[in-house]
Design a protein around this ligand. Structure first.
Ligand SMILES: NC(=O)c1ccc[n+]([C@@H]2O[C@H](COP(=O)([O-])OP(=O)(O)OC[C@H]3O[C@@H](n4cnc5c(N)ncnc54)[C@H](OP(=O)(O)O)[C@@H]3O)[C@@H](O)[C@H]2O)c1
Length: 243
């Protein structure tokens, strides 16, 4: 049976996607911070869906441990979902280089290093699926959010490059750009409910994109039009909008 590896196994969106793969009979490996937590999440997933699930510890910032992590997986994955992300207070990060560094490395360097390991193995095997959760925030740098946004822009570019490198080898890469999703990541923000998608909605959209062989998914779909509008605004106008 095929195996899905979830990087960021504690993520709300990651959990919703993992559940859908599990219900299709996939084995799931949840990788994230806290060995016991990952094991408990895997046990609960297995209890709900009847799938085989494993939990394994992973800190994406500890890049020295990545090769050993990859080698030690309980079974070889056919699909990898990267759901790791950090949205910290940009005001604080602007004043504190260590916080900014953590934000950039969590959203870009760590995931990039891990997906490279997946890409190399999938390329050699001649099959595989990489799903990277980027963000609409990566489509254009906003004054209030450009540190997170620039890391996600880098991640989007990385996924695009991996797609271009790997398609001849039969490896697919899906870039997911959610808008605002009701998860712990944005729980500190007060936002109108209608703007928020649920993790379940995002996961359903991801499964549809997986099934139809999509490459770039905006979810919910209307963010594609919104971001088109945001991208074409001239810089001199964009600067005047306080977003
Ligand atoms: N929610 C939104 O509005 C939104 C919008 C656009 C894109 N996204 C993206 O969607 C993805 C999933 O996020 P989410 O909304 O599901 O939020 P979430 O529940 O907060 O998930 C983020 C995950 O990243 C993990 N993580 C952070 N630093 C890590 C590290 N050093 N090592 C390993 N794991 C680490 C967290 O682990 P812990 O559980 O240990 O903290 C958490 O499980 C992220 O890439 C996020 O950027 C979210």
């Amino acid at each position: 049976m095929a195996t899905l590896l979830v990087l960021g196994g504690g993520s709300a969106i990651g959990a919703a996607v993992a559940e859908r793969f599990a219900r299709r009979g996939w084995t799931v490996i949840l990788a994230g911070r806290g060995k016991e937590r990952m094991t408990a999440l895997a046990r609960a997933l297995s209890g709900r869906t009847g799938c085989t699930a494993f939990g394994t510890p992973l800190d994406v910032l500890d890049t020295d441990s990545h090769a050993a992590f990859w080698k030690s997986l309980p079974c070889r994955p056919e699909a990898v979902l990267c759901a790791v992300g950090l949205l910290s207070d940009q005001q604080a990060a602007r004043r504190d280089a260590a916080q900014a560094d953590r934000l950039l490395r969590t959203n870009f360097n760590g995931p990039a290093a891990l997906l490279e390991l997946a890409a190399n193995e999938f390329e050699q095997r001649g099959s595989g699926l990489i799903i990277g959760i980027s963000s609409v925030a990566g489509d254009r740098g906003r004054g209030s959010n450009y540190l997170y946004g620039s890391a996600k822009a880098g991640f989007t570019a990385l996924l695009s490059g991996l797609r271009a490198r790997l398609w001849r080898s039969g490896v697919r890469v899906l870039t997911v750009k959610p808008g605002l999703v009701d998860t712990p990541m944005i729980a500190h923000r007060t936002l109108p409910r209608w703007l928020l998608a649920t993790p379940a909605k995002v996961a359903d959209d991801i499964m549809k994109a997986v099934d139809r062989g999509g490459d770039i998914l905006y979810t919910p779909h209307w963010w594609r039009a919104v971001m088109w509008g945001v991208r074409i605004l001239p810089e001199c106008w964009f600067c005047r909008i306080n977003v």
